[in-house]
Design a binder for this molecule. Structure first.
Ligand code: UDP
Ligand code: MG
Length: 332
């Protein structure tokens, strides 16, 4: 948590059971309706809760409305970004602020339905760390949205090994300790269930309702699919190799170096013992290239390894996440 978020939470570090995190970018018509619907569902739950609206640089009246809601209802927390940082950053700020043991994220455009919240919580009580919504009956344009999303979901599931039908659904429930310990950048919020794999999170999915957007416009188009695919490469790397980059680069480097060295040794043999001229042989260039690339890759691996260490140590991060500790020692 950085300083600014610490300031914001001052005097507000009372724990609650449930935090709802909602990124808001120009949703003035939706906000009041969403708030009423949420209120109705959450008051019935009998849990201590908070609703965190993160205003992601809206240019309409969204922030005014959030401020009004926060003034009249102590359950509402409003966070105002200085500019538009994107949905992922808004969710991340929400995670930092959240005081709940469980965090539920959803869209602010009424496409997700607050009545699904109790169902997500029930599912989570079966022992899951993440329950991801699945818009089984999705109400978006087929060619530009639903179809690319199906392909992307299939690909993400294959590559990450975490099989979900609908990574893109914002309605998800997280155990707070898992959500707060994930690293993500750019537009990566959809990958959170996959990024939670290394910390051993138990992930499941649950069909949820989905409504067409009634007010305001969608902030994304087809180009998002390509960005998602690009992010997938990074996610794969983060998942498999982040803690051991030397093995990725070094492994390949070592193979190239070995082949190159064998070729050069062979040429030395040809030159010394068979007396042939080797200066004009393509094999010489090839061997030299292999040896050099090998050395390059190995050193890149070592540098990457050092960067990883700095990364963990500078942020006091641990490469593991503990679920609980038991001990019979007196705790007084
Ligand atoms: N959103 C945001 N910042 C952005 C874009 C979107 O906070 O830069 C919010 C938006 O207000 C909504 C949610 O993220 O609450 C999902 O956006 P949208 O409905 O446009 O996405 P779609 O449902 O079309 O995928
Ligand atoms: Mg939407």
């Amino acid at each position: 948590m950085d300083n600014s978020t610490k300031q914001n939470t001052q005097g507000k570090d009372k724990k609650v059971d449930l935090s709802i995190v909602i990124p808001i970018y120009n949703e003035e018509e939706n906000l009041p309706i969403l708030y009423e619907k949420l209120k109705e569902v959450l008051d019935k739950l009998g849990k201590r809760y908070e609703i965190i609206f993160v205003n992601d640089g809206s240019t309409d009246r969204s922030w005014e409305i959030i401020k009004q809601l926060a003034e009249k209802d102590p359950h509402v927390v409003g966070v105002n970004f200085r500019r538009n940082y994107g949905q992922t950053a808004a969710m991340s700020a929400g995670f930092d602020m959240a005081r709940g043991e469980v965090i539920i994220t959803m869209d602010g455009d009424l496409q997700n339905d607050p009545t699904d919240i109790p169902r997500l919580l029930e599912e989570m009580d079966k022992g899951y760390d993440i329950v991801s919504g699945w818009r089984k009956d999705r109400k978006d344009a087929f060619i530009s949205r639903t179809l690319p999303s199906r392909i992307a979901n299939w690909l993400i599931s294959k590559v990450t090994g975490v099989h979900l039908h609908d990574y893109g659904c914002s309605l998800k429930a997280y155990k707070a300790d898992v959500a707060k310990n994930l690293d993500y950048y750019g537009e990566m919020h959809r990958f959170l269930p996959a990024l939670a794999k290394p910390v051993g999170a138990k992930v499941t999915e649950l069909p949820v309702k989905h409504h067409p957007r009634m007010y305001g416009k969608s902030k994304y188009g087809i180009s998002r699919t390509f960005k998602v695919i690009l992010d997938l490469f990074l996610v794969k790397f983060l998942l498999d190799y982040r803690t051991k980059p030397l093995r990725v680069f070094g492994g390949t480097g070592l193979i190239l170096f070995t082949i190159g060295s064998l070729i050069l040794l062979y040429l030395v043999f040809v030159k010394l013992f068979m007396g042939e001229d080797i200066g004009n042989r393509p094999l010489l260039i090839f061997g030299t290239l292999l040896v050099l690339s090998g050395i390059q890759l190995i050193s890149t691996g070592i540098v990457a390894e050092l960067i990883t260490r700095t990364y963990y140590e500078s942020q006091n991060k641990r490469p593991y996440l503990i679920k609980e500790v038991v001990s019979s020692e007196d705790k007084s």
